[in-house]
Design a protein around this ligand. Structure first.
Ligand code: SAM
Length: 355
């Protein structure tokens, strides 16, 4: 790995001082940036460089890739700041590039593979279709919704769960630092996937018990996550369909990145199931990228881009605070507060009580 002075790199395309045309074209070429990073993750390029700098031919040999094409990818990754070309045709990982290794704590390799791969690209390539029709491009091209598609492919679902867990890892420390879980006895994480959130919360609050609830494919890795975190004795893994019912007995129900997957009628069904299960004095905690009330340059960019990702892939949406209030009211809850979670990359906590 190269030292800190060489790592910075700056913005990928159209950096500070760029002309309007450069800014625009930098956005247009964003798809190629995503494709290059996803290719590097998929091909295991960072793992090849884990032990130190290599020539591109050695990387190609280890990765089983075409030598000249590999050199061109490495040089593009060099321009993007993921590797540094230390001397002619010799490449080392930067601090950012290290995150693409599969064997480091805090790896984002699965996230980099999944969020730019051919499956999710089915939605992105159909943005025009979605904006014209309001329908999901993913369904248009694949004939199924994303979760139905994943259900048929255990390996793809496992990678998706891993990617979600990796994405959550940046949010969970900020969440447990911001939300006070001490007043609760049992937290139920609805659609909790690989258990990353529940593991983080239980580790931070030794008096708390928890349940992670998801489909059988969704929770496949949760037991291992909870055991690795040393909290399995206070946690239960439950499987089911949140449109049909959710586990009873919790006094805090958490929905992180769940309601944004679905349109309003389906969100209301999930909320109604939570309303049936929740204790009378229980609380709901929605962890979501709440949209700003109005769009402004540079503000809420992840929320707005996620909103489009939901449009093309799932028919869901990100929502403003007012939209959450209206949606939760329909599902039997009253929102009592919406506050930003500092250091979470744009997530907010929406607190609600049964009404
Ligand atoms: C966008 S992921 C969010 C995962 C996790 N909460 C997080 O933030 O990382 C949505 C989750 O909902 C789960 N899910 C989808 N449909 C479901 C259903 N009908 N019943 C229960 N869980 C479901 C998926 O398996 C997946 O784990």
């Amino acid at each position: 790995m190269v030292d800190a002075g060489e790592r910075t790199g700056g913005p990928a395309v159209g950096g500070a001082g760029a002309s309007p045309a450069e800014v625009l074209m930098g956005m247009v070429w964003g798809c190629t940036v995503s494709a290059a990073v996803t290719a590097a993750a998929t091909l295991g390029i960072a793992d090849c460089l884990a032990a130190g700098a290599l020539d591109s031919t050695d990387v190609a040999e280890q990765a089983g890739t075409h030598p000249d094409a590999t050199r061109r990818l490495l040089r593009a990754l060099g321009a993007l700041g993921l590797v540094a070309e230390e001397s002619a045709d010799r490449f080392a990982l930067t601090e950012v590039g290290e995150l693409l290794r599969s064997d480091v704590p805090g790896s984002f390799r699965s996230a980099a593979k999944v969020f730019g791969d051919e499956t999710l690209w089915q939605g992105a390539r159909g943005m025009v279709h979605s904006v014209r029709t309001g329908q999901t491009a993913f369904g248009h091209f694949m004939g199924a919704d994303l979760f139905d598609h994943l259900r048929g492919d255990g390996a793809a679902h496992a990678e998706f769960n891993d990617a979600m867990g990796q994405a959550s890892r940046t949010v969970v420390p900020a969440l447990v630092g911001h939300v006070d879980f001490a007043p609760y006895r049992t937290v139920v994480d609805i659609g909790g996937g690989d258990g990353t959130l529940l593991a983080g919360v239980l580790r931070a609050y030794p008096g708390l018990r928890g349940v992670v609830f998801d489909t059988a494919d969704g929770v496949a890795a949760a037991g291992a996550t909870l055991r690795a975190a040393g909290v399995a004795d206070r946690a239960t893994v439950r499987t089911g369909d949140f449109f049909a019912g959710v586990p009873e007995g919790g006094d805090l129900y958490v929905l992180k990145n769940i309601l944004h997957d679905w349109d309003a009628p389906r969100c209301v069904r999930i909320l109604a199931r939570c309303r049936e299960a929740i204790a009378a004095r229980g609380r709901l905690l929605i962890v979501a990228q709440v949209l700003p009330d109005t769009a402004a340059p540079g503000q809420g960019v992840p929320s707005h881009l996620n909103d489009l990702t939901m449009l093309v892939n799932l028919g869901g949406r990100e929502r403003t605070g007012a939209e959450y209030r209206a949606l939760l009211a329909e599902g039997g809850f009253e929102v009592i507060a919406v506050d930003a979670i500092p250091g979470s990359g744009g997530f907010s906590a929406v607190y609600a009580v049964p009404h």
